[in-house]
Ligand binder design. Structure first.
Ligand SMILES: [Fe+2]
Length: 323
């Protein structure tokens, strides 16, 4: 334990003790709030031990702090730990999902700063495996994935929510096998990435996005698919979901005005998840819809959305609301 005062002017992010591997050397400084003061708890290059974790749990401490300047080091550490953390039955489900969401938000943010970087794209692709791992834990995990929302600006929180919802819906709609689900999840997570190429403001200040209502924005699914394809790191099923999530069964969608069977299963699933989350949690906060309203709108537009997939979503949301 070390009570050295932290550097002045530093800002901190709160993190959960369960996000750490025990008996492992940390590559970032770890602080704790003591009597309202942030004090150094473990120095970098110092192991975080089982005794530390036990002591934190016994003292009721559920938050530690990492300097913002060491954010990426912390998230790299968490990413390596995630597969084991998801299996750890002593960690509450909600905590697993929150750590997963926070890590995905960080990884997506890094990719947005560097959209064609192999390292960042493969980071998103591999992170999506963790979302699939969580979905396979069981019904309770899947219900939590449907209800949880990442704390992040709308476009990034939306991407994570659409991915979680698409995985749960995909499992209910015969998307069998971890690999197929993985492709669906990547497509859902990156479905709007093309918008960042057309106007970077979209992800950072969606309200002031210059192209928000511009017809050129309708090219974003194609732009997203093309840029991801160039990286050669994104599997074909994911590319289809990105390209086709704004297509509609009656041919009224965009960018290719595909119809009926021309639209892939993955494209149909992401279309429904995207519409639902956009209406319920959308950037247009003045007129958010209730879940019932969003589902009713899609039911009324039955010529546009796949009715069998939509019915599964209604069942999933009904199940979640009863629990
Ligand atoms: Fe979207």
């Amino acid at each position: 334990m070390n009570n050295t005062a932290p550097p002045k002017q530093e800002s901190y992010m709160a993190v959960r003790p369960t996000a750490f591997s025990v008996d492992q050397i940390l590559s970032f400084d770890l602080y704790r709030s003591t009597g309202g003061q942030i004090t150094l708890y473990r120095s970098r290059d110092y192991p975080f031990t089982r005794d530390d974790l036990q002591q934190l749990i016994e003292s009721g401490c559920n938050k530690l702090y990492v300097p913002e300047s060491q954010r990426n080091l912390f998230y790299d550490h968490t990413r390596r730990r995630l597969p084991r953390l998801l299996k750890d039955e002593s960690v509450p489900l909600e905590e697993k999902l929150e750590i997963l969401s926070e890590t995905s938000v960080n990884i997506l943010g890094r990719m947005l700063d560097n959209p064609m970087s192999s390292e960042e794209v493969s980071g998103v692709v591999s992170q999506c495996r963790n979302h699939v791992r969580l979905a396979f834990i069981g019904d309770k995990a899947r219900n939590t994935m449907v209800t949880n929302r990442a704390q992040a600006p709308f476009p990034i929180a939306h991407a994570v929510s659409v991915a979680n919802l698409a995985l749960v819906l995909g499992m209910d709609c015969s998307v069998a096998g971890a690999d197929q689900l993985h492709e669906l999840g990547i497509g859902a997570l990156l479905h709007e990435i093309g918008k960042s190429q057309l106007d970077r403001d979209y992800y950072y200040q969606p309200e002031s996005c210059k192209l928000r209502n511009d017809p050129r924005m309708e090219q974003y699914p194609q732009v997203g698919r093309d840029m991801l394809k160039r990286t050669e790191l994104v599997p074909p099923g994911a590319l289809l979901a990105v390209a086709e999530h704004r297509e509609r069964l009656d041919g009224s969608g965009f960018p290719a005005k595909l119809k009926d069977a021309e639209i892939s299963h993955a494209g149909r699933i992401v279309a429904i998840c995207d519409y639902y989350d956009e209406r319920v949690n959308g950037a247009d906060r003045q007129t958010p819809a209730t879940p019932f309203e969003a589902l009713s709108e899609m039911k009324q537009a039955k010529e546009k959305f796949d009715p069998a997939i939509l019915m599964r979503l209604v069942e999933i949301l009904g199940r979640v609301s009863k629990n």
